[in-house]
Write a protein that binds this ligand. Structure first.
Ligand code: BG6
Length: 507
């Protein structure tokens, strides 16, 4: 991580991080993620000259493609992107190879080992390998075992495994998966992806907190009255009903992305800026986080599902009408809940978390609301003085805002809230990289800072276990509230905050 280091020597060292010669092996190379995210991210790294010249990408899947067919598929999928720099693509595409592999078949894995040696000879990749499991989660454990049995994970300095989400389906399955992967390699060889951690704005939370002296003294229960964490999407389930029906918003977004944001907002300052120190602090927060009402969790959680909506010109179908979704599905596409963190910093400060599909606006943000002034000396032009708010805008309008009261112009002494803004785009003039660019580079560098450690994943699952059990055993306790597409979700979620005298922010 670069940004928080002030010692010039260390800054220099961090910025010069060079990816060693290596072969990135993607299992599931015929899948969506490979051509939508991974190959574009690698091409970006190539154009930024951050890939070593001794680099190869070996795509693996069951389809019997040749190198040429794989290259052609990737070129077709990235056609628009390639138009910007066709020359670079011509150079990059020669680094792409393909091997038909079924990780369940020992003979395929043996052939893979041979192919990797061949690539080492051709591309000078020096047996240095990053294996990326972009396969169905049910193959994570067996995939790791196959690699380990073939001796491909033997050298912890030269082999790493990247595992996509979801890591487990609940606490027990995550624990069981951890046990398997940890017998296949050391923890520092395992890179569990959460693409939110690759976002510049999520990393910026740490910089904002720990590189400025003004925030840390007030970053606690004495000054902050509540925290809202939102990830709202306008898209529906798209073509992913097969996966989403057994996942729902709680597993798909809350257990991972929103919980990681919560951990970074709430963690203590790490003693050093190194991967283990940071992950220790995040794990500690997650171990002390709990549902606001663990005994009767239905009091602190709301589930919803989008119904039809949109306009006459652009009608949108409801979740239950989407292809592949059961006509009476009770999968939640929206979830809102209230959490507490039982430690000295956050005791009794509510953390409200919400996410949903087909909501009114696409945005992810974190809002810290500060305590109101104890005495109101001035009339508020808006009726009531607003509490100060720090808004960390994760996407799409990347940046931060601070809301505070100023004197409203005129002869009186009225106050009115205004927003002071920071925008990444305006300040740095270029959009930040896609999360996968950062995460792929870090995995190949062997830097686990932005990947979730075994204990973090387990603590995150444990946190939501009372809800998952409730949904499983007594679903009527957490009924699905329908909401119209392109609105802000069910009224019951507003009621959750209204009980505390609060409103969700609606930017
Ligand atoms: C993925 C979820 O992890 O994150 C998707 O599986 C969701 O359902 C996506 O759409 C959201 O990511 P982002 O970066 O667009 O907020």
């Amino acid at each position: 991580m670069v940004a928080t280091v002030t010692n010039p020597l260390r800054v220099g060292l961090r910025q010069e991080r060079v990816i060693a010669p290596q072969c990135l092996v993607i299992f599931g190379a015929s899948g969506d993620l490979t051509h939508r995210k991974l190959v574009p991210a690698l091409f970006e790294l190539f154009e930024q000259r951050r890939l070593p010249s001794e680099f190869a990408l070996l795509g693996c899947a069951r389809r019997p493609w040749s190198d040429e067919e794989f290259r052609k598929k990737m070129a077709d999928a990235l056609a628009i992107r390639i138009q910007d720099d066709p020359e670079a693509w011509k150079r990059f595409v020669n680094k792409l190879f393909y091997e038909p592999v079924d990780l369940q078949k020992p003979e395929d894995v043996a052939r893979l080992s041979g192919r990797l040696k061949e690539i080492d000879r051709w591309c000078a990749t020096r047996s240095n390998r990053t294996f990326y499991l972009s396969v169905s989660p049910k193959f994570y454990a067996s995939g790791c075992r196959s690699l380990s049995d073939a001796g491909l994970l033997r050298d912890p300095k030269r082999s790493r495994v990247v595992i996509e989400k979801p890591f487990g389906h609940d606490y027990r399955s995550a624990q069981a998966l951890n046990q398997v992967v940890q017998t296949c390699g050391q923890e520092n060889q395992i890179f569990r992806i959460d693409h939110y951690l690759g976002k510049e704005t999520v990393q910026n939370i740490m910089v904002l907190r720990f590189a400025n002296s003004i925030f840390e003294p007030i970053w606690n229960r004495n000054y902050i009255s509540s925290v809202q964490i939102t990830a709202s999407e306008t898209v529906g389930v798209e073509e992913r009903a097969g996966y989403y029906e057994s996942s729902g918003a709680l597993r798909d977004m809350v257990q991972n992305h929103l919980t990681q944001m919560l951990a970074i907002v709430a963690m203590e300052m790490p003693g050093r800026f190194d991967p283990e120190a940071i992950r220790n602090e995040k794990a500690k927060v997650l171990q002390t986080a709990r549902l606001a009402d663990e005994v009767e969790p239905w009091n602190c959680c709301v589930r919803g599902q989008y119904g039809p909506g949109g306009s006459r010109a652009n009608p949108l179908m409801g979740y239950r009408q989407e292809p592949g979704v059961e006509a009476n599905s009770t999968t939640e596409t929206y979830v809102a809940m209230k959490l507490f963190i039982d430690n000295w910093r956050w005791q009794s400060v509510p953390f409200y978390v919400r996410t949903g599909k087909r909501l009114a606006k696409r945005l992810s943000e974190i809002v810290l609301t500060f305590r109101e002034v104890p005495v109101h000396l001035f009339d508020a032009a808006t009726g009531r003085p607003t509490a100060n708010q720090l808004i960390l805008r994760i996407q799409p309008d990347e940046g931060a805002g601070f809301r505070f009261e100023v004197k409203s112009p005129g002869s009186g002494m009225c106050s009115r809230p205004i927003d002071m803004e920071f925008s990444y785009d305006q300040s740095f003039g270029e959009p930040s990289d896609e999360g996968y660019v950062r995460l792929l580079a870090d995995a190949m560098l062997g830097d686990p800072t932005l990947f979730t450690r075994a204990d973090e994943v387990e603590a995150a699952w444990r946190l939501y276990t009372p809800l998952l059990e409730l949904i499983e055993d007594s679903p009527w306790r957490l009924p699905i509230h329908p909401y119209e597409s392109r609105t802000w979700g069910p009224a019951a979620a507003d009621a959750l905050l209204a009980r505390d005298g609060l409103l969700w922010r609606r930017p």
